[in-house]
Design a protein around this ligand. Sequence first.
Ligand code: SF4
Length: 117
Amino acid sequence: MSKKGLLLCVCQGTCPSFQEMNVFEVLNSLRRENIFDWVGLHPQLCAEDGDRYLMELLKGADIDKLYVAGCDPVMQKKMFRDAFGDAGFDKDKHVGVEIRNMNTEQTINAIKNAAAQ
Ligand code: SF4
């Protein structure tokens, strides 16, 4: 079975786009269903320390798909490109999931749908 990791990124938790959801409920619900091998939360993956976090996490990581739920997937591709490159992580293993302006249930469903593709 392929290994899947999930990161939630929430623009520091201050952006209005992420105010309708309970991020802890989202993560808890998904981990209870065993859809992912692991889940995590980061406040700002596109910041410098977010790059470092991705590098440390993905360096030599045994993972087939990394799902990042947050902003626009096309933006994500651009913002994480250097970190993936530095970590030696195949960028095609990254799947961005748009969750802005969703409530808890909508967020859970959007992530589940992405993981089911
Ligand atoms: S990666 Fe996207 S969701 Fe995360 S802080 Fe940056 S803009 Fe916001």
